[in-house]
Design a protein around this ligand. Structure first.
Ligand code: CP
Ligand code: NVA
Length: 305
């Protein structure tokens, strides 16, 4: 049985970190990235295991956690709900009790946010949210690291979120609280983010209907798919509603001339973003994707070492 060397912490939402911890974590991610690139070997998780439960598809999240554990000298265990007893109805609570007696941390990607909360409540080891329908906090660590690397502190800057008020949007709202930036959110009617999450951020976040107004003078423009995992059946209807919200060159031209473009990926060129923008000079999506690895190594070190 694993004996935690420090008080048990989970990472289910960005708000599980204090602002100070979040800033320190980004600095650590940058340092770990430099160390890795310089060829310095650092294996603080030798002999330790991260279980990764996936109830939804993933490329970046799976690979970045698995590679991060390998680089740290540990092991990552891929568990698809299809092939485990979870898929045959074993309860979340029992799965949490059993797994956490054998592994040192658990990452979960699932549908209902309540699932990761229930798992964490019965786990003896740290639980990391690898995306739920409500939040995608690991992605925000990478996004914030990427902005910091390219433009310095995001404090006081203006970020425009264009598109669906989804899990990524919710995590941007929480990030605005931790990192103290203004967030303008442009969504079609009925696709606004959750009112409670929004209200808790106070006057840092503003809702817009018009994407051009939201993007005006922004330092960072962000979008995401119009139909998230689990919403595939709404794809056609959403494509019509969201068409005026495409981030293209005309829209990005309204932002600050130095504005960056981010997208958590996977992207649909010609839908939420034009090829000219995602493949253009203001896009930092490949750094953003790579930083999943470095930011999550910093997170693993923070939670497990
Ligand atoms: N951005 C992100 O989480 O990508 P995956 O779905 O490929 O993990
Ligand atoms: N909002 C998207 C993010 C994918 C990384 C989804 O939940 O499918």
């Amino acid at each position: 049985m694993s004996v935690p060397s420090k008080p048990l912490r989970h990472f289910l939402s960005l708000l599980d970190l204090s602002s100070e911890e979040a800033h320190a974590l980004l600095q650590r991610a940058i340092a770990l990235k430099q160390d890795w690139r310089a060829g310095r070997c650092y294996e603080p998780l030798r002999g330790r295991t991260l279980a990764m439960i996936f109830e939804k598809a993933s490329t970046r999240t799976r690979v970045s956690f698995e590679v991060g554990m390998t680089q740290f000298g540990g092991h990552a265990l891929f568990l698809s709900s299809r092939d485990t007893q979870l898929g045959r109805g074993e309860s979340i609570e029992d799965s949490a009790r059993v797994l956490s007696r054998m592994v040192d941390g658990v990452m979960i990607r699932t549908f209902a946010h309540e699932t990761v909360e229930r798992f964490a409540a019965h786990s003896q080891v740290p639980v990391i949210n690898g995306l739920t329908d409500r939040f995608h906090p690991c992605q925000l660590l990478a996004d914030m690291q990427t902005f910091l690397e390219h433009r310095g502190s995001i404090r006081g800057k203006t970020v425009a979120w264009v598109g669906d008020g989804n899990n990524m949007c919710h995590s941007y709202i929480n990030a605005s609280r931790l990192f103290d930036f203004q967030l303008r959110i442009a969504t079609p009617e009925t696709f606004e983010p959750d009112a409670e999450i929004l209200e808790a951020a106070g006057d840092r976040c503003q809702l817009f209907r018009n994407p051009e107004a939201a993007v005006q003078g922004a330092d960072l423009v962000v979008t995401d798919v119009w139909a998230s995992m689990g919403q595939e059946g709404e794809q056609n209807q959403r494509a019509q509603v969201f068409a005026p919200y495409q981030v293209n060159e005309k829209l990005l031209a309204k932002a600050d001339a130095q504005a960056l473009f981010m997208h958590c990926l996977p992207a649909h060129r010609g839908e939420e973003v034009s090829a000219a923008v995602i493949d253009g000079p203001q896009s930092v999506v490949w750094d953003e994707a790579e930083n999943r690895l470095h930011a999550q190594k910093a997170l693993l070190e923070f939670l497990l070492v």
